[in-house]
Design a protein around this ligand. Sequence first.
Ligand SMILES: O=C(O)CCC(=O)C(=O)O
Ligand SMILES: [Fe+2]
Length: 209
Amino acid sequence: MTEGLFPRERAEVAPGAVHVPDWLPVARQRELVEACREWGRGPVPYERTVLPGGGVMSVRSLCLGRRWVPYRYLGAVAVALPEWLAALGRAAVAEAYGDDGGFAPDTALVNFYGAGARMGMHQDREERSAAPVVSLSLGDRCVFRFGNAEGRGRPWTDVELASGDLFVFGGPSRRAFHGVPTVFPGTADPALGLNGRLNITLRETGLSF
Ligand SMILES: O=C(O)CCC(=O)C(=O)O
Ligand SMILES: [Fe+2]
């Protein structure tokens, strides 16, 4: 698929940062969307995170495994990280790097981007493990801005993430700043039955509670 402004070929966007378009078949995407719905019916709903400065994030988030709050992980696990999702994370790392490196995620952050939602440039840096972050996208397409480890500014590369895309960042890119400046509403495959965008990141916290 080469429609639109951005290439849809597999790319190493920066050393250790790999984009694999269309990694998840549509049937698997549907299962993941259903799982995301199901988790939202559980004990912890999707919620907007309140930042220490009082700002409120526009995405709605839910944690599996360790609970993340800005800017640390809490010990209590309200909803377990399913083994099938950890296994999908291992397969994702193997797809990106050729080897799963023993990836053993103990947490997942699920973000829902409704109308107008976005995510500012940030680092994923509360984890104590050097393991990569695995990102799976579902629903509407977005611009994923992948920057550098020094700061929020340029240089960065804008990647279009579509439903089913895999993005893995580790190694020299593990602490790169990244964000989602734009989601394109109504671009999801109607067969998915999702109005908006979901992103699942799998991480190893390296923390023992
Ligand atoms: O939605 C995305 O693609 C990125 C999410 C993200 O960076 C995060 O949850 O830390
Ligand atoms: Fe992030």
